[in-house]
Design a protein around this ligand. Structure first.
Ligand SMILES: Cc1cc2nc3c(=O)[nH]c(=O)nc-3n(C[C@H](O)[C@H](O)[C@H](O)COP(=O)(O)O)c2cc1C
Ligand SMILES: Nc1ncnc2c1ncn2[C@@H]1O[C@H](COP(=O)(O)OP(=O)(O)O)[C@@H](O)[C@H]1O
Length: 340
């Protein structure tokens, strides 16, 4: 059981039946990315929505997101799955929406074998004392994903628990294609192909990398572009390799508790072929900034993709290109700030 407090919002994170805040109003799903479609599923369980709906004074419920850990696809494939929002980031995003509790159901053989009826009776009714449920239209649950959102409505109805089924939120891009449902996989696709603005639009915020600054080869400073090398959570989904225009915040830490917001910069994600690098690195050069960032936490928002990484014939050529990248990034960031 963890009680995490992030960004001034406190969110209770429970991974066992003890100590749950009950009774609950529950949104069920995987919620990787906490994107705009997810917001719509979560909205009906928030206190403000419940207050609006009830004319009579009601028993207080805790707005609770119930999800699975590990991700079911990871459990069934045995392969680690990269996530748009690893746990810390998910907690932060859910907290900022007003969710009070996150319950991580351990997704194991036992849970995956529960019938839809047992899932409702044992988990939602007995353990969570659920009073209201919200799910997306495509929600499936129970053994072999046999239970649908409509089954959930029937089964929960037997316990007089109302279920809101939220239709999939769609969006229209600039192509003549029909409306596309917003989904985690669509956002992953956009991030993989460097279509950062589309990804941000569907997330309702910029895609963000949060990491601790670690030492690199200490070569950046020798070419006039020191770069803070970020160590990301191992399960963080890394977007297309290449150069980006970014906004960053240097998170406060002891002994320096101040958070420095809105630093502009450029980021490179790649293997640095020019210097015969081998491992993937994520490194940020901040404009008009100097100081020591080792050990500090950086939050980096991707604003736009600029170009793929290249192997240059010399460090001098690389230096010239990075200067050009900085000029382009400044312009991209300026236009972007004007638009927002
Ligand atoms: C904006 C930017 C663009 C970069 N582009 C490339 C590139 O195209 N090819 C490459 O080999 N390295 C590229 N790099 C990475 C540099 O090789 C790296 O920053 C340099 O080797 C310093 O590494 P260090 O932080 O480990 O000292 C880029 C870095 C930045 C900040
Ligand atoms: N403008 C800046 N942007 C990024 N890092 C900076 C900047 N100015 C100073 N630094 C510091 O320099 C370090 C990067 O210098 P660099 O020579 O690239 O070393 P390393 O290879 O260890 O990353 C950063 O981790 C940070 O502590």
């Amino acid at each position: 059981m963890l009680n995490l407090s992030k960004n001034g919002c406190s969110l209770w994170v429970a991974s066992s039946a003890e100590g749950l805040l009950k009774p609950t109003a529950v949104a069920l799903g995987k919620f990787d990315g906490v994107h705009l479609g997810h917001h719509r599923v979560i909205q009906p369980i928030l206190p403000a929505a419940l207050d609006r709906e009830n004319t009579q004074p009601q028993e207080q419920t805790y707005s609770t997101v119930v999800t699975f850990d590990p991700h079911p696809l990871e459990f069934f494939s045995g392969q680690p799955r990269a996530l748009l929002t690893p746990l810390d980031e998910k907690v932060q995003q859910l907290g900022s929406l007003g969710v009070e509790q996150l319950v991580l159901l351990p997704f194991d053989k036992e849970l995956s074998a529960l019938s839809p009826t047992d899932f409702v009776d044992k988990i939602l009714v007995q353990q969570l004392q659920c009073r209201r449920i919200s799910v997306g239209q495509d929600f499936c649950f129970g053994k072999q994903r046999r239970g649908t959102a409509q089954d959930l409505q029937l089964l929960a109805g037997k316990h007089h628990i109302p279920v809101t089924i939220v239709s999939l939120q769609t969006y229209t891009d600039n192509t003549p294609s029909p409306e596309t449902p917003i989904s985690t996989s669509l956002i992953r696709h956009y991030l993989e192909s460097g279509e950062i603005k589309n990804a941000s639009f569907l997330l309702g915020r910029p895609y963000t990398l949060i990491g601790t600054v670690v030492a690199g080869a200490k070569m950046g400073r020798t070419i006039g572009f020191p770069t803070a090398n970020l160590q990301l959570p191992p399960d963080k989904f890394v977007p297309r390799q290449g150069v980006y225009a970014v906004r960053a915040a240097i998170m406060g830490d002891t002994p320096d508790p101040t958070t420095i917001h809105d630093q502009l910069g450029v980021m490179n994600i790649g293997k640095r072929p020019t210097v015969n690098g081998s491992n993937l690195s994520v490194e940020v050069h901040l404009f008009d900034w100097s100081g020591d960032l080792y050990g500090r936490k950086l939050t980096v928002q991707l604003v736009d993709f600029l170009r793929p990484e290249q192997k240059f014939p010399s460090l001098e050529h690389l230096k010239t290109q990075i200067q050009l990248d900085c000029n382009i990034a400044r312009e991209v960031l300026r236009v972007n700030a004007d638009l927002s």
